[in-house]
Write a protein that binds this ligand. Sequence first.
Ligand code: SF4
Ligand code: SF4
Length: 375
Amino acid sequence: MNNLKESVSKKLGFGCMRLPVQDGDTSRIDDAAFCRMIDSFLGAGFRYFDTAYPYHNENSEKAIGRCLAARYERERFLLASKMPVWLVKEHSDYEKIFHAQLERCQVAYFDFYLLHAMNRTRVKETEEKGGFAFVERMKAEGKIRHIGFSFHDTADVLDEILTKHPEMEFVQLQINYYDWESETVESRKCYETAEKHGVPVIVMEPVKGGTLANMVGEPANILKSLDEKASYASYAIRYAASLPNVMLVLSGMSNEQQLADNISYMKDFQPLSGQEQQAVMRVVEELEKLPTIPCTNCRYCVEGCPKKIRIPDIFGAYNMGVQFGVTDTARAGYKRQIDGSGKAGDCIRCGKCEEQCPQHLEIRKLLEKAAEVYE
Ligand code: SF4
Ligand code: SF4
């Protein structure tokens, strides 16, 4: 683990999934802005870039090729990408996709390479198709320096994978202070599982998709009373980086202001002080007091809905608005949740969902509220 930790040297990585784009089109990366951000990032002594096959409609890796690899010596940066395991139909696809990725990124090897978004189902499919063996082989051939996986499931599944695959050198987890005790994300439990196996953690979404960068009311007062100038995001990133088994925190940076903010507190990183830790815990308590919908995400209601409304996801987006304000981030979150499924306003009030809900939520009324706010 220490070798890996030393190899990244600083605890901030550049997440390339929300790069600056032209005219709001996520496929058209703004190369000039990205190049300037890369120059500042490397200039400040950071080295790690994280991309993946599907980011920016398959354009993130190409932008890395043009803006990073074509402009800097290979030794100046560390590059991570990920195998989109869901696109693999047969074993030979691993080879095709992997080599296409090297080509897109204009590199001969990846420093870090991950099996992307493992969960209970995907890990089985990946094992059956030989995905774990494939990344080991690429490592043996020198095309990958370190192998790992990103993960979206519960801690017991993570435990199974790490037990079965001791060859995995690191794991990428969703960790943020708000979800630390969450029963759905299980940040703490997953972190402790990785720690138990002696596997270092790379943190993704430390700011919860940008959510923890916006605060209103008492949570905002608590953080502002610590330091009027510090950004809300700084506490979220430093919280994740303060965990001893975390080797790196990824931040998806979209503009130069965000980059400058991240660099300001991660260049000479200091873990959160006792007072700051307490303040962050008070923020969580305050956020939990707000009148959110007490949906447990059990999803019993989803299957029978004739309008295919993903009710708990809509409630999750609604709750974000209650806690952090109905900002552009919250609106984008809502839009993501209804993508490809029904929106709150599509409800025909048949009541089937309410028959299933163990929390006895008045789902129809609550969907109406969500539609008022977001539609
Ligand atoms: S009441 Fe609305 S949300 Fe519930 S099952 Fe019927 S259509 Fe779906
Ligand atoms: S059944 Fe109730 S608690 Fe469960 S996900 Fe649906 S709304 Fe939430």
